[in-house]
Design a protein around this ligand. Structure first.
Ligand code: PGA
Length: 253
């Protein structure tokens, strides 16, 4: 029997924050991380691109890692407005979110593009946090498992391992709404993801972190983390303040 993976709690700051606000949040988190004798779980902040560099300076040397929220598939070239995984790695990132539902919706990203982005992240030495999740209409139609299964099949590249990839299940209807699935609903999806990943990638993938995301807050983190096959959380709104993010880190630790 293998032990459960070390949990990962990731903050997704989305398109929020000024330079001053980001510096205040990052230094608050760095202080909390420094005060711990050992970190209870892996901790990640995925900031908007304009504050990656200053945030990295503030968290460097703590147990907190830096991530970005998207990357281009190419390493460089004529792609105005985009950032490559190599550029993100160059400024201190070790993770990058790919295929977040807001990118899938706002930018029409498809599973195959998400898959290419995951490959690009790995090429640059970053760990992609590959996001999947059904809409409310899909859940109501009883299609949640099928939708997540298909997204997972098409978004995860060959060669996925526990150390080069993280998966986040984020039901679209739970993001930013204050609504969460029941523990049973989360367990059903996470169990199905675990078996699907195991069948395709083998025994090593037992250790691949499966995060839950969508309205995680200090009040529900404990219950969510106790669900089998939930190995951490991807936290949006509650990651924007140290007072709400840190209790979640502690709940998962
Ligand atoms: P939320 O966002 O915690 O604000 O629901 C989660 C996410 O979109 O990653």
């Amino acid at each position: 029997m293998t032990s459960a993976p070390r949990p990962l709690v990731a903050g997704n700051w989305k398109m929020n924050g000024t330079l001053a606000g980001a510096a205040e949040l990052a230094s608050g988190l760095a202080k909390l991380a420094d005060a711990q004798s050992s970190s209870p779980c892996d901790i990640l902040v995925c900031t908007p691109a304009h504050v990656l560099v200053p945030v990295f300076d503030l968290i460097r040397g703590t147990s907190i890692s830096l991530g970005a929220q998207d990357c281009h598939v190419e390493a460089s070239g004529a792609h105005t407005g985009d950032l490559s995984a190599e550029m993100l790695q160059d400024v201190g990132c070790s993770y990058v979110i790919v295929g977040h539902s807001e990118r899938r919706t706002n930018h029409g990203e498809t599973d195959s593009q998400v898959c290419e982005k995951a490959v690009a992240a790995r090429r640059a030495g970053l760990i992609p946090v590959v996001c999947v999740g059904e809409t409310e209409a899909q859940r109501d139609a009883g299609e949640a498992l099928a939708i997540v299964g298909r997204q997972l099949a098409d978004s995860l590249p060959d060669g996925t391992t526990a150390s080069n990839t993280v998966v986040a299940y984020e039901p679209v209807w739970a993001i930013g709404t204050g609504r969460t699935p029941t523990s049973e609903e989360i367990a059903d999806v996470h169990d199905a993801m675990r078996s699907q990943i195991g069948e395709r990638f083998g025994a090593d993938s037992e250790q691949l972190r499966l995060l839950y995301g969508g309205s995680v807050n200090p009040g529900n983190a404990q219950e969510i983390m106790s669900i089998t096959n939930v190995d951490g959380g991807l936290v949006g709104g509650a990651s924007l303040k140290a007072e709400t993010f840190w209790p979640i880190v502690e709940a998962f630790g």
